[in-house]
Design a protein around this ligand. Structure first.
Ligand code: GUN
Ligand code: FE
Length: 437
Protein backbone atom coordinates (compact mmCIF):
# COMPACT_ATOMS: atom_id res chain seq x y z
CA UNK A 1 0.00 0.00 0.00
CA UNK A 2 0.99 3.63 -0.41
CA UNK A 3 2.84 5.07 2.54
CA UNK A 4 0.55 7.63 4.16
CA UNK A 5 1.52 11.25 4.30
CA UNK A 6 2.17 12.58 7.75
CA UNK A 7 -0.97 13.86 9.28
CA UNK A 8 -1.36 17.57 9.70
CA UNK A 9 -4.43 17.60 11.95
CA UNK A 10 -4.66 20.64 14.14
CA UNK A 11 -2.43 22.73 11.90
CA UNK A 12 -4.08 25.94 10.85
CA UNK A 13 -5.65 25.83 7.41
CA UNK A 14 -4.84 22.17 6.79
CA UNK A 15 -7.68 19.69 6.91
CA UNK A 16 -7.32 15.95 7.47
CA UNK A 17 -7.94 14.18 4.16
CA UNK A 18 -8.11 10.37 4.10
CA UNK A 19 -8.18 8.16 1.01
CA UNK A 20 -9.27 4.52 0.94
CA UNK A 21 -12.28 2.26 0.54
CA UNK A 22 -14.92 4.21 2.47
CA UNK A 23 -17.85 2.24 3.87
CA UNK A 24 -20.64 3.49 6.10
CA UNK A 25 -24.37 3.06 6.60
CA UNK A 26 -26.30 6.12 5.52
CA UNK A 27 -28.98 7.47 7.87
CA UNK A 28 -31.55 6.18 5.35
CA UNK A 29 -30.22 2.65 5.89
CA UNK A 30 -28.22 1.75 2.78
CA UNK A 31 -24.63 0.52 2.80
CA UNK A 32 -22.50 3.17 1.09
CA UNK A 33 -19.31 1.86 -0.50
CA UNK A 34 -16.94 4.32 -2.19
CA UNK A 35 -13.80 2.69 -3.52
CA UNK A 36 -10.55 4.64 -3.29
CA UNK A 37 -12.48 7.79 -2.43
CA UNK A 38 -11.46 10.87 -0.44
CA UNK A 39 -12.90 11.84 2.94
CA UNK A 40 -12.09 15.35 4.11
CA UNK A 41 -12.60 17.07 7.45
CA UNK A 42 -13.76 20.59 8.03
CA UNK A 43 -12.60 21.15 11.61
CA UNK A 44 -14.34 18.49 13.72
CA UNK A 45 -16.85 17.63 10.98
CA UNK A 46 -17.00 15.75 7.69
CA UNK A 47 -16.71 18.15 4.76
CA UNK A 48 -17.55 15.56 2.13
CA UNK A 49 -16.70 12.37 0.24
CA UNK A 50 -15.40 12.54 -3.33
CA UNK A 51 -14.08 10.17 -6.01
CA UNK A 52 -11.69 12.93 -7.15
CA UNK A 53 -10.42 15.59 -4.79
CA UNK A 54 -12.08 18.99 -5.43
CA UNK A 55 -9.76 21.79 -6.60
CA UNK A 56 -9.97 23.68 -3.30
CA UNK A 57 -7.99 20.85 -1.67
CA UNK A 58 -5.22 20.94 -4.29
CA UNK A 59 -1.81 20.77 -2.68
CA UNK A 60 -3.17 19.60 0.70
CA UNK A 61 -1.55 16.47 2.14
CA UNK A 62 -3.58 13.30 1.70
CA UNK A 63 -3.23 10.27 3.95
CA UNK A 64 -3.56 7.53 1.36
CA UNK A 65 -4.41 4.22 3.01
CA UNK A 66 -4.40 2.24 -0.24
CA UNK A 67 -6.92 -0.63 -0.23
CA UNK A 68 -7.69 -0.26 3.49
CA UNK A 69 -11.34 -0.01 4.51
CA UNK A 70 -12.28 3.22 6.32
CA UNK A 71 -15.43 3.19 8.47
CA UNK A 72 -16.98 5.50 11.08
CA UNK A 73 -15.55 4.91 14.57
CA UNK A 74 -17.67 2.93 17.02
CA UNK A 75 -19.96 4.22 19.80
CA UNK A 76 -20.88 2.12 22.84
CA UNK A 77 -23.87 3.52 24.73
CA UNK A 78 -23.98 0.95 27.52
CA UNK A 79 -20.84 -0.14 29.35
CA UNK A 80 -19.85 -0.42 33.03
CA UNK A 81 -16.31 0.91 33.52
CA UNK A 82 -15.76 -0.60 37.00
CA UNK A 83 -16.78 -4.05 35.76
CA UNK A 84 -13.97 -4.09 33.20
CA UNK A 85 -11.80 -6.41 35.39
CA UNK A 86 -14.71 -8.91 35.55
CA UNK A 87 -15.33 -9.39 31.84
CA UNK A 88 -15.83 -13.03 30.96
CA UNK A 89 -16.23 -14.06 34.62
CA UNK A 90 -19.17 -15.62 36.49
CA UNK A 91 -21.45 -16.50 33.60
CA UNK A 92 -22.69 -19.64 35.30
CA UNK A 93 -25.08 -17.27 37.10
CA UNK A 94 -28.06 -15.27 35.90
CA UNK A 95 -28.48 -11.53 36.43
CA UNK A 96 -29.52 -11.12 40.07
CA UNK A 97 -27.12 -13.75 41.44
CA UNK A 98 -24.34 -12.47 39.20
CA UNK A 99 -24.83 -8.93 40.51
CA UNK A 100 -24.61 -10.18 44.12
CA UNK A 101 -21.76 -12.60 43.50
CA UNK A 102 -19.49 -10.66 41.15
CA UNK A 103 -20.58 -7.14 40.27
CA UNK A 104 -21.34 -5.58 43.64
CA UNK A 105 -18.16 -6.89 45.31
CA UNK A 106 -16.08 -5.50 42.42
CA UNK A 107 -17.81 -2.11 42.43
CA UNK A 108 -17.34 -1.84 46.22
CA UNK A 109 -13.57 -1.69 45.60
CA UNK A 110 -13.78 1.73 43.94
CA UNK A 111 -13.54 3.55 47.26
CA UNK A 112 -9.83 2.80 46.74
CA UNK A 113 -8.52 5.61 44.54
CA UNK A 114 -5.41 3.70 43.46
CA UNK A 115 -7.42 0.72 42.23
CA UNK A 116 -9.89 3.01 40.44
CA UNK A 117 -7.05 4.84 38.67
CA UNK A 118 -5.59 1.58 37.35
CA UNK A 119 -8.95 0.25 36.14
CA UNK A 120 -10.05 3.53 34.53
CA UNK A 121 -6.87 3.80 32.50
CA UNK A 122 -7.07 0.17 31.36
CA UNK A 123 -10.74 0.70 30.49
CA UNK A 124 -10.12 3.80 28.37
CA UNK A 125 -7.12 2.19 26.68
CA UNK A 126 -9.28 -0.80 25.75
CA UNK A 127 -12.05 1.37 24.29
CA UNK A 128 -9.45 3.20 22.23
CA UNK A 129 -7.81 -0.04 21.09
CA UNK A 130 -11.12 -1.47 19.91
CA UNK A 131 -12.05 1.68 18.00
CA UNK A 132 -14.79 2.83 20.41
CA UNK A 133 -14.16 6.57 20.46
CA UNK A 134 -17.51 7.69 21.91
CA UNK A 135 -19.30 6.04 24.81
CA UNK A 136 -21.75 6.32 27.67
CA UNK A 137 -20.47 4.59 30.81
CA UNK A 138 -21.71 3.72 34.25
CA UNK A 139 -19.09 4.50 36.92
CA UNK A 140 -19.84 3.48 40.54
CA UNK A 141 -21.65 5.09 43.49
CA UNK A 142 -18.33 6.68 44.56
CA UNK A 143 -18.17 10.39 43.74
CA UNK A 144 -14.42 10.69 43.85
CA UNK A 145 -13.82 7.69 41.59
CA UNK A 146 -16.52 8.89 39.19
CA UNK A 147 -14.92 12.31 38.95
CA UNK A 148 -11.53 10.74 38.27
CA UNK A 149 -13.02 8.68 35.42
CA UNK A 150 -14.45 11.88 33.97
CA UNK A 151 -11.09 13.64 34.17
CA UNK A 152 -9.27 10.72 32.55
CA UNK A 153 -11.93 10.45 29.83
CA UNK A 154 -11.41 14.14 29.10
CA UNK A 155 -7.64 13.63 28.84
CA UNK A 156 -8.00 10.53 26.65
CA UNK A 157 -9.10 12.22 23.42
CA UNK A 158 -12.26 10.06 23.45
CA UNK A 159 -15.69 11.65 23.86
CA UNK A 160 -17.77 10.23 26.68
CA UNK A 161 -20.75 10.52 28.94
CA UNK A 162 -20.14 9.22 32.46
CA UNK A 163 -22.64 8.68 35.27
CA UNK A 164 -22.27 8.25 39.00
CA UNK A 165 -24.43 5.23 39.83
CA UNK A 166 -27.32 5.89 42.23
CA UNK A 167 -28.55 3.06 44.48
CA UNK A 168 -30.28 3.38 47.87
CA UNK A 169 -32.22 0.12 48.34
CA UNK A 170 -31.79 -3.63 47.89
CA UNK A 171 -28.04 -3.17 47.73
CA UNK A 172 -25.18 -4.41 49.90
CA UNK A 173 -24.11 -2.10 52.76
CA UNK A 174 -20.87 -1.40 50.89
CA UNK A 175 -22.77 0.32 48.06
CA UNK A 176 -26.12 1.46 49.49
CA UNK A 177 -26.31 5.26 49.64
CA UNK A 178 -28.21 7.69 51.80
CA UNK A 179 -30.84 9.17 49.47
CA UNK A 180 -30.11 12.84 50.18
CA UNK A 181 -26.38 12.31 49.90
CA UNK A 182 -26.74 10.45 46.63
CA UNK A 183 -28.67 13.38 45.13
CA UNK A 184 -26.29 16.02 46.53
CA UNK A 185 -23.22 14.15 45.23
CA UNK A 186 -24.85 13.79 41.82
CA UNK A 187 -25.67 17.49 41.56
CA UNK A 188 -22.16 18.44 42.59
CA UNK A 189 -20.68 16.27 39.81
CA UNK A 190 -23.10 17.72 37.24
CA UNK A 191 -21.97 21.26 38.10
CA UNK A 192 -18.29 20.42 38.29
CA UNK A 193 -18.35 18.65 34.91
CA UNK A 194 -20.02 21.68 33.34
CA UNK A 195 -17.43 24.03 34.75
CA UNK A 196 -14.27 22.04 34.17
CA UNK A 197 -14.76 19.64 31.25
CA UNK A 198 -15.30 20.26 27.57
CA UNK A 199 -15.69 16.84 25.96
CA UNK A 200 -16.99 14.70 28.82
CA UNK A 201 -20.59 15.02 29.95
CA UNK A 202 -22.55 13.80 32.96
CA UNK A 203 -25.40 11.32 32.48
CA UNK A 204 -27.92 10.49 35.23
CA UNK A 205 -27.48 6.81 36.15
CA UNK A 206 -30.05 5.23 38.47
CA UNK A 207 -28.82 1.61 38.48
CA UNK A 208 -32.25 0.04 37.91
CA UNK A 209 -35.64 0.18 39.59
CA UNK A 210 -35.00 -2.50 42.24
CA UNK A 211 -32.04 -0.57 43.66
CA UNK A 212 -33.49 2.97 43.66
CA UNK A 213 -36.26 4.24 45.96
CA UNK A 214 -39.07 6.37 44.59
CA UNK A 215 -37.66 9.35 46.47
CA UNK A 216 -34.30 8.91 44.77
CA UNK A 217 -35.88 8.49 41.34
CA UNK A 218 -38.01 11.59 41.92
CA UNK A 219 -34.94 13.60 42.91
CA UNK A 220 -33.02 12.43 39.86
CA UNK A 221 -35.97 13.26 37.60
CA UNK A 222 -35.92 16.79 39.01
CA UNK A 223 -32.17 17.11 38.43
CA UNK A 224 -32.77 15.94 34.86
CA UNK A 225 -35.23 18.79 34.37
CA UNK A 226 -33.14 21.39 36.15
CA UNK A 227 -29.95 20.71 34.16
CA UNK A 228 -31.48 19.12 31.03
CA UNK A 229 -29.51 15.91 31.49
CA UNK A 230 -29.42 12.61 29.61
CA UNK A 231 -30.37 9.44 31.52
CA UNK A 232 -29.19 5.82 31.34
CA UNK A 233 -30.47 2.74 33.11
CA UNK A 234 -31.54 -0.90 32.73
CA UNK A 235 -34.99 -2.13 31.69
CA UNK A 236 -36.56 -5.60 31.42
CA UNK A 237 -33.36 -7.62 31.15
CA UNK A 238 -34.30 -10.80 32.98
CA UNK A 239 -37.60 -12.50 33.98
CA UNK A 240 -36.77 -12.56 37.74
CA UNK A 241 -35.85 -8.86 37.62
CA UNK A 242 -39.13 -8.00 35.86
CA UNK A 243 -41.12 -10.02 38.44
CA UNK A 244 -39.29 -8.20 41.25
CA UNK A 245 -40.17 -4.79 39.83
CA UNK A 246 -43.83 -5.87 39.57
CA UNK A 247 -43.73 -6.88 43.23
CA UNK A 248 -42.09 -3.60 44.28
CA UNK A 249 -44.51 -1.46 42.24
CA UNK A 250 -47.81 -3.38 42.03
CA UNK A 251 -49.71 -0.17 41.29
CA UNK A 252 -47.72 0.64 38.14
CA UNK A 253 -48.71 -1.10 34.87
CA UNK A 254 -45.15 -1.88 33.75
CA UNK A 255 -41.44 -1.51 34.46
CA UNK A 256 -40.98 1.33 31.92
CA UNK A 257 -43.84 3.26 33.51
CA UNK A 258 -41.96 3.31 36.84
CA UNK A 259 -39.18 5.35 35.21
CA UNK A 260 -41.79 7.45 33.42
CA UNK A 261 -43.58 8.28 36.69
CA UNK A 262 -40.40 9.70 38.11
CA UNK A 263 -39.44 11.81 35.12
CA UNK A 264 -36.66 9.47 33.99
CA UNK A 265 -37.75 8.84 30.40
CA UNK A 266 -36.47 12.19 29.16
CA UNK A 267 -37.52 12.66 25.54
CA UNK A 268 -34.73 11.77 23.11
CA UNK A 269 -32.21 11.86 25.97
CA UNK A 270 -32.62 8.40 27.53
CA UNK A 271 -30.78 5.11 27.00
CA UNK A 272 -32.42 1.94 28.33
CA UNK A 273 -30.31 -1.21 28.19
CA UNK A 274 -31.71 -4.64 27.27
CA UNK A 275 -35.50 -4.12 26.87
CA UNK A 276 -36.08 -7.83 26.26
CA UNK A 277 -39.36 -8.36 28.10
CA UNK A 278 -41.61 -5.39 27.26
CA UNK A 279 -45.40 -5.18 27.20
CA UNK A 280 -47.06 -3.47 24.20
CA UNK A 281 -47.86 -0.37 26.31
CA UNK A 282 -44.22 -0.11 27.37
CA UNK A 283 -43.11 -0.27 23.76
CA UNK A 284 -45.52 2.49 22.82
CA UNK A 285 -44.28 4.62 25.71
CA UNK A 286 -40.59 4.14 24.81
CA UNK A 287 -41.28 5.04 21.22
CA UNK A 288 -43.22 8.13 22.20
CA UNK A 289 -40.38 9.20 24.51
CA UNK A 290 -37.81 8.53 21.75
CA UNK A 291 -35.81 6.31 24.10
CA UNK A 292 -32.71 4.62 22.66
CA UNK A 293 -32.96 0.86 23.29
CA UNK A 294 -29.49 -0.59 23.79
CA UNK A 295 -29.38 -4.21 22.66
CA UNK A 296 -26.57 -6.05 24.43
CA UNK A 297 -26.36 -9.38 22.60
CA UNK A 298 -23.18 -10.76 24.18
CA UNK A 299 -24.45 -9.93 27.67
CA UNK A 300 -27.85 -11.43 26.97
CA UNK A 301 -26.22 -14.69 25.88
CA UNK A 302 -23.53 -14.67 28.61
CA UNK A 303 -26.06 -14.21 31.45
CA UNK A 304 -28.74 -16.32 29.70
CA UNK A 305 -31.08 -13.34 29.85
CA UNK A 306 -32.95 -13.84 26.56
CA UNK A 307 -32.95 -12.42 23.04
CA UNK A 308 -34.28 -8.93 22.38
CA UNK A 309 -36.89 -8.83 19.56
CA UNK A 310 -34.70 -6.35 17.71
CA UNK A 311 -36.32 -6.85 14.29
CA UNK A 312 -39.74 -6.05 15.75
CA UNK A 313 -38.39 -2.92 17.43
CA UNK A 314 -36.70 -1.72 14.24
CA UNK A 315 -39.91 -2.37 12.29
CA UNK A 316 -41.99 -0.35 14.75
CA UNK A 317 -39.56 2.58 14.51
CA UNK A 318 -37.82 2.37 17.88
CA UNK A 319 -34.39 3.95 18.20
CA UNK A 320 -31.96 1.07 18.64
CA UNK A 321 -28.25 0.46 19.05
CA UNK A 322 -25.96 -2.40 19.96
CA UNK A 323 -23.89 -2.01 23.15
CA UNK A 324 -21.37 -4.15 25.03
CA UNK A 325 -22.68 -4.05 28.64
CA UNK A 326 -19.24 -5.09 29.88
CA UNK A 327 -19.05 -7.06 32.19
CA UNK A 328 -22.51 -8.52 31.60
CA UNK A 329 -21.02 -8.90 28.14
CA UNK A 330 -17.55 -10.38 27.85
CA UNK A 331 -16.02 -7.93 25.37
CA UNK A 332 -15.89 -4.20 24.78
CA UNK A 333 -14.98 -4.84 21.11
CA UNK A 334 -17.94 -3.36 19.26
CA UNK A 335 -17.20 -5.23 16.03
CA UNK A 336 -17.76 -8.46 17.91
CA UNK A 337 -20.88 -7.16 19.60
CA UNK A 338 -22.30 -6.27 16.18
CA UNK A 339 -21.46 -9.79 14.99
CA UNK A 340 -23.16 -11.22 18.10
CA UNK A 341 -26.29 -9.17 17.32
CA UNK A 342 -26.30 -10.55 13.79
CA UNK A 343 -25.83 -14.11 15.09
CA UNK A 344 -28.70 -13.79 17.61
CA UNK A 345 -30.92 -12.29 14.90
CA UNK A 346 -30.36 -15.41 12.80
CA UNK A 347 -31.21 -17.68 15.73
CA UNK A 348 -34.51 -15.80 16.22
CA UNK A 349 -35.19 -16.07 12.50
CA UNK A 350 -35.00 -19.90 12.72
CA UNK A 351 -38.19 -19.88 14.84
CA UNK A 352 -39.78 -16.71 13.47
CA UNK A 353 -39.29 -16.50 9.72
CA UNK A 354 -41.04 -13.12 9.62
CA UNK A 355 -38.15 -11.59 11.63
CA UNK A 356 -35.45 -11.25 8.98
CA UNK A 357 -31.83 -11.40 10.18
CA UNK A 358 -29.73 -8.24 10.40
CA UNK A 359 -27.98 -7.16 7.22
CA UNK A 360 -24.36 -5.98 7.14
CA UNK A 361 -25.59 -2.39 6.71
CA UNK A 362 -27.77 -2.73 9.83
CA UNK A 363 -25.07 -4.42 11.91
CA UNK A 364 -22.68 -1.56 11.09
CA UNK A 365 -25.35 1.11 11.72
CA UNK A 366 -26.13 -0.30 15.17
CA UNK A 367 -22.57 0.41 16.37
CA UNK A 368 -22.02 3.69 14.45
CA UNK A 369 -24.88 5.93 13.29
CA UNK A 370 -27.53 4.28 15.52
CA UNK A 371 -25.83 5.11 18.82
CA UNK A 372 -24.31 8.17 17.16
CA UNK A 373 -27.74 9.70 16.66
CA UNK A 374 -28.21 9.74 20.45
CA UNK A 375 -25.02 11.82 20.68
CA UNK A 376 -25.74 14.21 17.79
CA UNK A 377 -24.72 13.97 14.14
CA UNK A 378 -22.27 11.13 14.66
CA UNK A 379 -21.48 7.81 12.98
CA UNK A 380 -21.75 8.37 9.21
CA UNK A 381 -19.58 9.93 6.50
CA UNK A 382 -22.16 12.57 5.65
CA UNK A 383 -21.41 16.29 5.44
CA UNK A 384 -21.84 17.93 8.84
CA UNK A 385 -21.40 14.68 10.77
CA UNK A 386 -18.53 14.35 13.25
CA UNK A 387 -15.32 13.33 11.50
CA UNK A 388 -14.80 10.03 13.38
CA UNK A 389 -13.08 7.23 11.48
CA UNK A 390 -11.22 3.93 11.77
CA UNK A 391 -8.76 2.64 9.19
CA UNK A 392 -9.09 -1.14 8.93
CA UNK A 393 -6.49 -3.26 7.17
CA UNK A 394 -5.72 -6.96 7.21
CA UNK A 395 -3.19 -8.30 9.68
CA UNK A 396 -0.05 -9.23 7.69
CA UNK A 397 -0.11 -12.95 6.98
CA UNK A 398 -3.90 -13.20 7.52
CA UNK A 399 -4.75 -11.75 4.12
CA UNK A 400 -5.11 -15.09 2.36
CA UNK A 401 -7.71 -14.52 -0.32
CA UNK A 402 -9.12 -11.73 -2.46
CA UNK A 403 -12.06 -10.13 -0.70
CA UNK A 404 -14.12 -7.11 -1.68
CA UNK A 405 -14.10 -4.13 0.72
CA UNK A 406 -17.59 -5.17 1.94
CA UNK A 407 -16.38 -8.72 2.61
CA UNK A 408 -13.34 -7.41 4.44
CA UNK A 409 -15.59 -5.30 6.62
CA UNK A 410 -17.80 -8.32 7.32
CA UNK A 411 -14.76 -10.43 8.23
CA UNK A 412 -13.50 -7.65 10.51
CA UNK A 413 -16.84 -7.50 12.35
CA UNK A 414 -16.69 -11.23 13.07
CA UNK A 415 -13.01 -11.91 13.66
CA UNK A 416 -11.12 -8.63 13.64
CA UNK A 417 -9.30 -7.11 16.59
CA UNK A 418 -7.25 -4.04 17.29
CA UNK A 419 -4.30 -5.36 15.25
CA UNK A 420 -6.41 -4.50 12.19
CA UNK A 421 -7.10 -0.90 13.24
CA UNK A 422 -4.28 1.12 11.73
CA UNK A 423 -5.54 4.59 12.72
CA UNK A 424 -8.32 6.22 14.71
CA UNK A 425 -9.76 9.73 14.31
CA UNK A 426 -12.23 11.46 16.59
CA UNK A 427 -13.76 14.88 15.88
CA UNK A 428 -11.32 15.62 13.07
CA UNK A 429 -8.07 14.62 14.79
CA UNK A 430 -6.07 11.42 15.13
CA UNK A 431 -6.29 9.82 18.58
CA UNK A 432 -3.28 8.03 20.01
CA UNK A 433 -3.30 5.45 22.81
CA UNK A 434 -4.41 7.47 25.87
CA UNK A 435 -2.30 6.00 28.70
CA UNK A 436 0.93 4.06 28.99
CA UNK A 437 0.59 0.72 30.83
N1 GUN B 1 -29.00 -4.42 36.17
C1 GUN B 1 -28.66 -3.69 37.24
N2 GUN B 1 -27.33 -3.53 37.33
C2 GUN B 1 -26.81 -4.18 36.29
C3 GUN B 1 -25.47 -4.36 35.83
O1 GUN B 1 -24.50 -3.90 36.41
N3 GUN B 1 -25.33 -5.10 34.69
C4 GUN B 1 -26.39 -5.62 34.02
N4 GUN B 1 -26.17 -6.33 32.93
N5 GUN B 1 -27.64 -5.46 34.44
C5 GUN B 1 -27.85 -4.75 35.55
FE1 FE C 1 -25.63 -2.98 32.12
Amino acid sequence: MTVPWRCCAGQEGIAVILRGNLIWTSPSGGLEVRRRAYLAADGEKVAGVWDALPPEYAGQPVEDWGEAVIIPAFCDLHIHAPQFPNRGVGYGLQLLDWLEGYTFPMEARFGDAGFAEKVWKAFLNRLWAGGTLRFSAFATVHSQATWRLMELAEASGLRGLVGKVNMDRNSPDSLREDTGRSLADTEELVCRAREELKHTGFILTPRFVPSTTERLMDGLGLLGEKYDLPVQSHLAENPSEVAWVRQLHPDVPGYAQVYERHGLLRRGRTIMAHCIYLLPEERALLKEREVTLAHCPASNADLASGIMPLRQYLAEGQRCCVASDVAGGHTAAMNRNAAAAAALSRLRWLDRREESPLTLAEALWLITGGPGSFLGRVGAFEPGYAFDALVIRPVPGDDLTDLSPEERLEQFLYDGDDRSIAARYCAGAPVEKPFSE
